[in-house]
Design a protein around this ligand. Sequence first.
Ligand code: SF4
Length: 244
Amino acid sequence: MTPLITAPDQVAAALAEDPVGFARHADAVLEGADPLTILAWAGRAFGRGLAVTAAMGDTALAHLASRAVPGVHVLFVDTGYHFGETLGTADAVAAAYPVRLITVRAPQSVVSHEAERGRLYRSDSDACCALRKVAPLDSALSGYRAWATGLRRSDSPARALTPTVAWDARREVLKLAPIAAWTEEDLDAYLDAHPEVISNPLLQMGYPSIGCWPCTQPVAEGADPRSGRWAGSGKTECGIHYQI
Ligand code: SF4
């Protein structure tokens, strides 16, 4: 297999010529690679054009990125509906990890949003996610050329085919999932090996998957970890990852 190019100008030229082909080749080369290797490659290839997103659950990806690419930009989408524990986790990450935490928000405050649209999370959760999560992140990502997410194939059936690298055509960024292949056991092993990794306290309180407070419930021991998200509605994703 042809080695993966790393020089930023060559990567930029290859992406301009054939973004899908470049992403497929990068995926073939990086599939199975250590997450640190994947992130280090992205850091060299894109420099400050790389962003990492963090939902402020276990923060393992942000920790990995801080080791592989010190100073990396970590984007946290603050919908205005987060648990206090999640906001505290974001603050702790900003203070403890060598990253630049960038909080991304919708232009409209929750007060103004609810005055205009009511409690959209009850009446139309897809529209609420689109306005308070997806659009703000899309806007933030327009300033980057590569984006690393914490998606894992073991998260849910909908994520079972997540590639390690793909071209996100709508946002025009190279999308990386450095821990796509990690199982729950792999994640636990990383957290055991790195006790300094900051974790949202809600993880120990029956919330194995954490989103906004109106749309997240605790789940019973052994239940599908994502079953507490939009419980009873049939909705399983906020829309950020529909394309991968
Ligand atoms: S998860 Fe719920 S509260 Fe958060 S943006 Fe989506 S619908 Fe709104």
